[in-house]
Ligand binder design. Structure first.
Ligand code: BES
Ligand code: MN
Ligand code: ZN
Length: 527
């Protein structure tokens, strides 16, 4: 669930209570705020440094109970290392680290005094810190019974307020404003990925996407009958064995208006559960396949973020929602189906289903919207984890510029991508004896032949990129900004890509004048 902690910004001198967080640089050099607190507590921090191994290294902490006579309950000294060399991701991660230290047990309010030894922290960096903290605040506890209240004891000891003290709280607050939308988008994606498949099938997922209407996104849910009319028989073949009907959801955000031109299209694999179908997966670990819709979850989270921050972009999200089940009416290995593009597909392995879903979604997105670029996300292959582990998502593209822009955006947000090759020799791997193509390319280079399959459904001249997020979007490795099973990978990445390269710049003038008039009323509040 989204963090219930209210996040705000205040000046360095504003009063605080509850938990105090202050910082030290390498060599255990205290910041002015830390020195101040040290004095007020008669050298408590200096003493704590002396009797521990704390030397101010990045992420290391010393934790003390605050003595009588201060308004705080607990003081945490956090190491910066060398903040002069920090980039966006360092501030983000530090925010996550600090939020991870705050349980709420020693006080439901926490005050973070963010400055370095010699200088103020820039508003954009304060905002990155706050974003990291907000993202780390997420946890998925929907299915944990509430502990029985013990009589008399105050029961809810979660963190209620996080106040980030900094040199220019008004500017930090302004820099943080779009991040509130990003947090909502990432957490929506995480919620969808974490939800079990008995609760979240294709129809229920579509219903959740429909809720984006409230944020101003136009959402259209296509029924099986509509999918049949469009000839999306490749996608339908995957959902055929399930009792639960398949859906495609189309989400439109026209933030740039008619002058913004053709949209960027984001396409997602939404297999709400992947048993493998008749080519049944082994039992061990199959439960993880509830997350086989992480690509689609990212698309929904991104569309929410774009709408909430009123991004000046025309974007369309297309997701294919199906459940891959074995049954008496399921697709068989050897079956041949014709997708919307007319390409015939020999299904050799019903567990290579994601590409069949995406084939029709990619084609639909191009036919319907003539997008200026298409990016798709999918938990497509186990092989991508063999190649890249859980640190990088696989990136495939027919366009060097788009690939580079995505890679750069990923470096900025910490959602790292690694480009893997495409080429005619790899394309040969999916030639079929009986149809145009087959849905598996054999044992070697499994992620590449899957990408080649997708490329068969990309029109000549459309810049396209495929992100294989099997290792990064679900069963995620712990990070400073995420401890949940679903990471929300891709939401911040694509938001960054759009912000850097697809937002309509002609409207920047009106934005500037708007923020000027807004700042007047803000100033009053801040004082
Ligand atoms: N959803 C899986 C890929 C996957 C595996 C995602 C593990 C996350 C974790 C996909 O549908 C699949 O089953 N791929 C097969 C392809 C093979 C049959 C050609 C795979 O990776 O083994
Ligand atoms: Mn599969
Ligand atoms: Zn799958």
């Amino acid at each position: 669930m989204t963090d219930q902690t209210a996040l705000s910004f205040a000046s360095m001198s504003a009063a605080g209570d509850g938990v105090a967080v202050v910082f030290a640089e390498e060599g255990a050099k205290l910041t002015p705020a830390a020195q101040d607190l040290d004095k007020k507590t008669k050298g408590l921090l200096t003493k704590a440094i002396q009797i521990t191994t704390f030397k101010g290294a990045k992420g290391k902490t010393v934790d003390v109970l605050a003595p009588q006579g201060t308004k705080f309950t607990r003081i945490v000294l956090v190491g910066f290392g060398k903040p002069a060399s920090y980039g966006h991701e360092d501030w983000l991660n530090l925010g996550g680290t600090v939020r991870g230290l705050l349980t709420g047990r020693e006080g439901t309010t926490a005050n973070v005094y963010l400055e370095t030894v010699k200088s103020d922290v820039a508003p954009a960096d304060v905002a990155a810190f706050a974003l990291g903290a907000a993202l780390r605040g997420y946890s998925f506890k929907k299915y944990k019974s509430k502990p029985k209240k013990t009589r008399g004891a105050a029961s809810d000891k979660s963190l209620k307020k996080l106040i980030v003290h900094c040199a220019d709280p008004r500017a930090a607050g302004q820099a943080y404003t779009p991040s509130r939308a990003i947090v909502d988008g990432v957490n929506m994606a995480r919620d969808l990925v974490n939800e079990p498949a008995n609760v979240l099938g294709p129809a229920e997922f579509a219903q959740r996407a429909k809720e984006l209407t409230k944020a101003g996104v136009k959402v259209e849910v296509l029924s099986e009958a509509a999918l049949k009319r469009h000839g999306m028989l490749s996608l339908l073949a995957v959902g055929q064995g399930s009792e639960r009907p398949s859906h495609v959801v189309v989400m439109k955000w026209n933030g740039a208006g008619p002058k913004g031109g053709a949209p960027i299209a984001i396409v997602g694999k939404g297999v709400t559960f992947d048993t493998g179908g008749i080519s049944l997966k082994p039992a061990g670990g199959m439960e993880d396949m509830k997350g086989d819709m992480a690509g689609a979850a990212c698309v929904v989270g991104l569309m929410l973020a774009l709408a909430e921050r009123k991004a000046k972009v025309n974007a369309v999200g297309v997701i294919g929602l199906v459940e891959n089940m074995p049954s008496g009416i399921a697709t068989r290995p050897g079956d041949v189906v014709t997708g919307m593009s007319g390409t015939t597909i020999e299904v050799l392995n019903t567990d290579a289903e994601g590409r069949m879903v995406l084939a029709d979604c990619l084609w639909y997105a191009q036919e319907k919207f003539k997008p200026k670029a298409v990016v798709n996300l999918a938990t497509l292959t186990g092989a991508v984890m063999v190649a890249l582990g859980k640190e990088h998502a696989g990136l495939f593209s027919n366009n060097d510029q788009l690939a580079e822009r995505l890679t750069e955006a990923g470096k900025e947000t910490g959602e790292k991508l690694w480009r893997l090759p495409l080429g005619p020799k790899y394309d040969k791997l999916i030639e079929s004896k009986v149809a145009d193509i087959k849905n598996t390319g054999g044992r070697w280079g499994g992620s590449i032949s899957a990408a080649q399959f997708l490329q068969r459904f990309v029109k000549e001249g459309t810049p396209w990129a495929h992100l294989d997020v099997a290792g990064t979007a679900m069963a995620s490795a712990n990070s400073e900004i995420n401890r949940s099973w679903g990471s929300g990978f891709g939401v911040r990445l694509l938001d960054q890509l759009i912000k850097d390269h697809y937002e309509h710049s002609a409207s920047s003038r009106s934005t500037a004048s708007k923020s000027k008039s807004r700042s007047k009323s803000r100033r009053k509040k801040a004082s």
